[in-house]
Ligand binder design. Sequence first.
Ligand SMILES: [Zn+2]
Ligand SMILES: [Zn+2]
Length: 208
Amino acid sequence: MLIKKLVVGPIQANCYIVGDEASKKGIIIDPGDEGDRIMKEVEKLGLNIEFIIATHGHFDHCAGVARIKDKIPDVPFIIHEDDLSFVKDSKNSAMRWGMVIDQVPDPDRFMKVGEEIEVGDITFTVLHTPGHSQGCISLLCGEGIFVGDTLFEGSIGRTDFEGGSLDELKKSIKEKLYTLPDDTVVFTGHGAETTIGVEKKFNMFVRG
Ligand SMILES: [Zn+2]
Ligand SMILES: [Zn+2]
């Protein structure tokens, strides 16, 4: 499995391009900005993208979708239904942060919790991890998990945005993430990777 991380946009979100080396099939997770740069990287890797997925609807995780869709219009953009309002409001939300972005296109469909998304030989399982927003999901794939803004290295996601809840966030982390094996690699929405074991031990906000 090939994982390429690109730090995109002024909010420095982590976009991940994940590919199956044998079949050259791939997925883009959290294209938060710089859609053209992401697509250049996809071409360099020689991948055929099958899905574009946002871990949640905040614009710093999907503002690159419009430019990506210009290049690969038939590839479905998928989010959790509960974050649709953020996608609809993306251009305005970015403006409130002093940023100009392309309006994020409407999702092609919504993901189902527990759904398995197959990309070549790689299987991603959709976990619902609300708290940072209501429609936050995590994508579990083998010994790795893509968590968006739910859990960070030594920190947790903000809960002061619309739909945020600290209680729910803690519950998601404890019940959905900390129950995974300690050596599971956590690919975060911002900043460095970590592991479940390290966060259970050292995370000051939610202890395992
Ligand atoms: Zn967010
Ligand atoms: Zn974010």
